[in-house]
Write a protein that binds this ligand. Structure first.
Ligand code: NDP
Length: 269
C-alpha cells in the first residue's frame, strides 16, 4: 500500500508542500501520497488521530498548530524541545515523534546561496514563532553575534533569557550604525504591507537580506535592503523547500535534491 503523508493546518489551501513532496517522491522513486488536511481550529488532535487511524505515516504541521503538535507528540527531538514547536510528526507504532525542520531549512538555504553564517553578525527581525524556531540552528552555525530585534522588546528579551544569553535582544531604536552581515526578516509585517523600522545602516556592505516570507514578490523589506546596499536578497521559498527535504529525510531516510524542486517552483510562480 502507498504510504500516506499530509500537511495539516488552518488555512491550508495555499500550501505548496504537496507539490514539493510529490516532486521529491518522483525524483527519489519513493512510493508515497501527500495531501492537505484542513483541521478545525479546535480539532487538531482529532484530525491527527483520524489520519493516523486511516494508515497515515507522518504529517507536516503548519500554522496555527505547531505548538499543539509539540504538546501532542510522545517523543520530541532536542531541537523541537528547544523551540517548543513541531512541524514534522512521524508515527511509529504507538509513538508519535515530533521534530522541527524550519531552522535547518533556513541555514541550508543560506548555505545554498553561498553565504557563510560562521563568524558573521546576524540580525533576526521578529520574535514570534518563526524567529524562535530558527534560533538553535543559527546558533549551531556559530555566528559572531545573533541579535533579535522586535517591536515588542519583551518578546525578544524572553528569547535572550531562553537561549542563555547566546542571543542579544534589541529594540529598533538601538540599531543605528550597527551593521549586520546577514539580516533575516522573520516578521509578518509584510502580510499587512508594512515594514519593520530598520535603519539603512543595518545592512553591512555586501550583506545578505533574507525574507522568510515567500510568494509575495519583491517585499518592502527586500526593497529596503537593496536600496541600503545589501549585495544579496532572497525570499523564503528556498527555506520552505529545504525544511520539506529534511522532513522527507526524517520519514523516508532519503535526502532529496532540492535545487531542481526550487527551480520548478520559481518557474511556476
Ligand atoms: P508571529 O505572529 O508569531 O510573529 C509575528 C512577528 O512579526 C512578531 O515578532 C511581530 O512583532 C512582528 N510584526 C508584525 N507586524 C509588524 C510590524 N508592522 N512591524 C514590526 N514587526 C511586526 O508570526 P510567525 O513568527 O509565525 O511568522 C512570521 C513570518 O515567517 C510569516 O511571514 C511566515 O509566513 C514566515 N514563515 C516562513 C517560513 C518558511 O518556510 N519560509 C516558515 C515559517 C514562517 P510583535 O511581537 O511586536 O507583535
Amino acid at each position: 500500500m502507498t504510504d500516506r503523508y499530509a500537511v495539516i493546518g488552518n488555512p491550508i489551501a495555499h500550501s505548496k508542500s504537496p507539490e514539493i513532496h510529490a516532486a521529491f517522491a518522483r525524483a527519489t522513486g519513493e512510493d508515497l501520497e501527500y495531501t492537505r488536511i484542513l483541521a478545525p481550529l479546535d480539532g487538531f488532535a482529532a484530525a491527527v488521530a483520524a489520519f493516523r487511524a486511516a494508515g497515515g505515516r507522518g504529517l507536516n504541521v503548519t500554522l496555527p498548530f505547531k505548538g499543539e503538535a509539540c504538546r501532542l507528540a510522545t517523543d520530541l527531538s532536542d531541537r523541537a524541545r528547544a523551540v517548543e514547536a513541531v512541524n514534522t510528526l512521524r508515527f511509529e507504532g504507538t509513538r508519535m515523534l515530533g521534530d522541527t525542520t524550519d531552522g535547518v531549512g533556513l541555514v541550508r538555504d543560506i548555505g545554498a546561496l553561498g553565504v557563510a553564517i560562521e563568524g558573521r553578525r546576524v540580525l533576526l527581525v521578529g520574535a514570534g514563532g518563526a524567529s524562535r524556531s530558527v534560533i538553535p540552528a543559527l546558533l549551531d552555525a556559530r555566528p559572531a553575534a545573533l541579535v533579535v530585534v522586535n517591536r515588542t522588546l519583551e518578546r525578544a528579551t524572553e528569547l535572550e533569557r531562553q537561549f542563555g544569553g547566546q542571543v542579544e535582544a534589541a529594540g529598533f531604536g538601538t540599531l543605528a550604525r550597527r551593521p549586520f552581515d546577514v539580516v533575516i526578516n522573520a516578521t509578518s509585517a509584510g502580510h499587512a504591507g508594512e515594514l519593520p523600522p530598520l535603519p539603512r545602516s543595518t545592512f553591512a556592505t555586501g550583506a545578505l537580506a533574507y525574507d522568510m516570507t515567500y510568494g509575495k514578490g519583491a517585499t518592502a523589506f527586500l526593497a529596503l535592503a537593496r536600496e541600503s546596499g545589501a549585495a544579496r536578497v532572497a525570499d523564503g521559498l528556498g527555506m520552505l523547500v529545504e525544511q520539506a527535504a529534511e522532513s522527507f529525510f526524517i520519514w523516508r531516510g532519503v535526502r532529496p535534491d532540492t535545487a531542481p524542486v526550487l527551480a520548478m517552483l520559481r518557474a511556476a510562480a
